[in-house]
Design a protein around this ligand. Structure first.
Ligand code: 3HC
Length: 713
């Protein structure tokens, strides 16, 4: 029986309801339209209940199709509602109502179906995806678990392995993978039309699957023990992946309704944890750093259709690969044909390694290499829109390059430097267009690390800042805008805690203790393993150059220099502060380094003492807080969140702690200041000179975040 009831049933209630429905002959098409990502906020939940009521009430329709307007199906629960009392109906209620409907409901997954969005599809009676759709359970990145039946329905539908994978890694999968995993039953370019057909078929057959009624699957003996061990090994102290596992495992032996209750309890445990607060801060922070206050409203980013990178070393090559990966043609400039060939070959080798690992096809390798052009003639850069200089850190060399670029590049070309320490304004001063000069500081390896520290010089134009930020986004980076100072935001803070880690060696610690404290805190590596990875010789050379001008008042630890002089340059020579077995990055304490540390303390007449783990952690994190506060007070970073995101994406700072400034707020600024003042009184070291801003905030009883919000208002 088909009837056209479109005219009478095309409505949207109430006016602001982001869910609309319209009969297409005998099938009701329900569309969620809640830009930008169709999050399942309260109004959407109310709208969905109303839509299902309409389905039940309308005798002319035999079933429904549920889809999303715009590019997303549904990106999940509305994260802005987290932490607030839940306004009824809750998502579970909505999904129950869909699942229990007396007519079949088919999900047409037109785009992202994430978290609650995927759970919504599991309440439907069949799922058909667009080929470009992606499904996943990213809740783990917010410190929670799928909380609307995902850990209970998904195992029943598609088995335990896939739900454990999705909910503990948070990584979305493609429509094709969802099809082979049994999450969707078909993939179709016109997923809405296919879903309409499917709804009719189910209605005609008079039976359809309610996933919640399926039996629980079984798993091989020892499966959960092995899964838990693997999760603990990779999650560096983050608890949410284990919470997901607990919900899946617990649900297998419970009736469905009780499984849902268990899931809800575990979800709430996650949501009320400090880790979840940190992760939610990091989620919104990642988006916040793209918003730059104070730029001229009329400023628009410049077009970047073609880029160039000067220098084909590790950094230059990595940056060039970022452009090729984003489909932007890029010219790589080197001084000699040999250096150019070496650099381009390294790019090819990197791509081929990715192809070997199945991350891209051979055709992709060729496509990307075709976007990389090499030259030794800088004159060919006349037509590019953006140049990034990535040669070694020497002001004279950089000034020479910028003088030449100024003469060669067309007007409006953005002239960027990848310097990690040098003064952008001094570099800009050799050009006649300092407004076009900006810092674009990539982190090594540039084609892997997500952070891009864009540095605004005194004269950098607003549209150049926007161009650098937008280019970062096109390259898949998280761009943070900072100001000029030695080391900018990231390395300036890093310098403080690396230096203090060395002082702790002399005063009584060993590298392995400090590194353990730091990795237990959640950092990917300790200060000494990180130095070994970076190579100890570069810092050594810089320190030798600085020796003549170094202030006698500054405490200087020579252990690092002696390690280099022992021929131990880090991982590349098989050892630095630690030893490394070939093919492994696991640091192993070295007896000669231990002896050296003891000898250096003795030589300086320092009476070594034991340091507790807490003391070490406090010292390193207090220095981050103090230096971060100085960076804010000097307006080098615009907001505390810019520092947080710099550390999370550039240095692997654990996102579940929200970033150094967020953590400082959470731990209490007053206690931190008290320790900083005590350390300053004890050592007189400039690193501990308390930041004026920190003192002000403690005096006023404010947090960094409150201060930042008040300034923005
Ligand atoms: N809730 C509220 N706002 C959200 C949101 C959500 N679930 N997802 C995205 N947004 C907002 C962003 O904050 C951003 O706002 P802004 O423009 O004001 O900064 C805007 O939507 C656009 O987001 P993006 O800039 O991230 O857009 P992209 O196109 O780059 O990415 C996306 C789209 C992949 C969907 C990405 O936004 C994303 O990963 N979102 C989060 C998905 C998620 O974590 N879902 C699970 C939520 S928890 C849940 O569902 C619990 C349930 O199990 C009960």
């Amino acid at each position: 029986m088909t009837q056209n009831v479109a005219a009478q049933d095309a409505r949207t209630v109430p006016d602001s309801n982001p869910v609309s429905w319209q009969a297409q002959d005998d099938v009701l098409l329900i569309t969620i339209n809640n830009p930008p990502v169709n999050a399942l906020g309260h109004a959407v939940r109310v709208g969905l209940i109303a839509a299902i009521d309409a389905l039940e009430a309308n005798g002319s329709v035999v079933g429904a199709v549920l889809t999303g307007g715009g590019r997303a199906f549904v990106a999940g629960a509305d994260i802005t509602e987290f932490g607030k009392p839940i306004a009824e109906p809750g998502l579970n209620e909505v999904i129950d109502q869909i699942e229990g409907a007396s007519k079949p409901v088919v999900a047409a997954v037109n785009g992202f179906a994430l978290g609650g969005g995927l759970e919504l599809t599991l309440g439907c009676h069949a799922r058909i995806a667009h080929p470009k759709a992606k499904v996943g359970f990213p809740e783990v990145h917010l410190g929670v678990i799928p909380g609307a039946g995902g850990t209970q329905r998904m195992p029943r539908l598609a088995g335990v392995e896939i739900v454990v994978e999705l909910s503990t890694t948070g990584k979305p999968i493609s429509a094709a993978r969802a099809l082979s995993a049994g999450i969707v039953e078909a993939v179709d370019e016109d997923c809405v039309a296919a879903a309409v057909t499917r709804a009719r078929e189910l209605a005609a057959a008079g039976e359809w699957t309610r996933v919640g009624e399926l039996p629980s699957p079984s798993v091989p003996e020892g499966y959960f023990e092995a899964a838990e061990a693997a999760i603990v090994a990779r999650s560096r102290g983050q608890i949410s992946p284990l919470l997901s596992l607990e919900a899946v495992q617990g649900g297998l032996t419970l009736p469905f309704a009780e499984g849902l209750k268990l899931e809800r309890d575990i979800f709430m445990r996650g949501l009320t944890s400090d880790q979840s607060k940190g992760l939610i801060h990091a989620f919104f922070g990642e988006r916040e750093v793209a918003k730059i206050p104070g730029l001229a409203p009329a400023a628009k980013p410049r077009d970047v259709a073609r880029a160039a990178v000067i220098g084909a070393g590790t950094m230059g090559g990595g940056i060039a690969m970022c452009f090729a990966n984003a489909g932007i043609p890029v010219t790589v400039v080197e001084q000699t044909e040999e250096a150019l060939e070496r650099g381009l070959n390294l790019c090819r080798k990197n791509y081929e390694n990715s192809a070997k690992k199945g991350r891209m096809t051979e055709a992709n390798v060729e496509e990307r290499m075709a976007l990389l052009t090499g030259t030794t003639d800088m004159q060919t850069l006349a037509e590019v829109d953006l140049v990034i200089e990535a040669v070694f850190e020497n002001m004279g060399v950089k000034k020479d390059i910028f003088t030449r670029l100024d003469a060669i590049c067309k007007p409006g070309c953005v002239l960027a430097t990848n310097t990690s320490t040098l003064d952008i304004d001094e570099i800009a001063s050799v050009t006649d267009r300092p407004q076009d000069v900006v810092g674009m500081h990539f982190f090594s390896p540039a084609n892997v690390m997500r952070l891009l520290e864009n540095v605004r010089g005194a004269e950098t134009a607003d549209d150049v800042i926007l161009t650098a930020m937008l280019t970062g986004k096109r390259l898949g980076k998280v761009s943070v805008l900072v100001g000029v100072c030695d080391g900018f935001v990231g390395n300036r803070i890093l310098h403080q805690y690396l230096r203090w880690a060395s002082i702790l060696l002399e005063d009584g610690c060993m590298p392995e203790q400090i590194d353990r404290v730091w990795t237990e805190f959640g950092m990917p590596m300790g200060p000494f393993a990180m130095s070994d990875l970076a190579g100890l010789d570069v810092g050594y050379r810089i320190r030798q150059e600085q020796a003549a001008t170094r202030s006698g008042n500054e405490r200087y630890v020579e252990i690092g220099d002696r390690v280099v002089e022992m021929g131990r340059l880090g991982q590349k020579t098989g050892g630095g502060y630690f030893d490394y077995i070939e093919g492994s990055r696991k640091p192993i304490p070295n007896a000669a380094v231990t002896a050296l540390v003891l000898a250096e303390s003795a030589r300086k007449g320092i009476e070594r003492r034991d340091f507790s783990d807490e003391e070490i952690l406090n010292a390193l994190t207090d220095l981050m807080t103090n230096e971060g506060a100085k960076i804010l007070e000097e307006s080098i970073a615009m907001r505390p969140v810019d520092i947080d995101i710099t550390y999370i994406f550039g240095y692997g700072y654990p996102a579940f702690r929200g970033g150094p400034m967020f953590r400082a707020d959470a731990e209490g600024l007053a206690a931190s200041l008290e320790r900083i003042e005590a350390a300053y009184a004890r050592t007189g070291d400039h690193a501990w000179k308390p930041s004026a801003l920190l003192k002000q905030l403690v005096a006023e009883g404010q947090t960094f975040e409150q201060w930042s919000k008040a300034r923005a208002a």
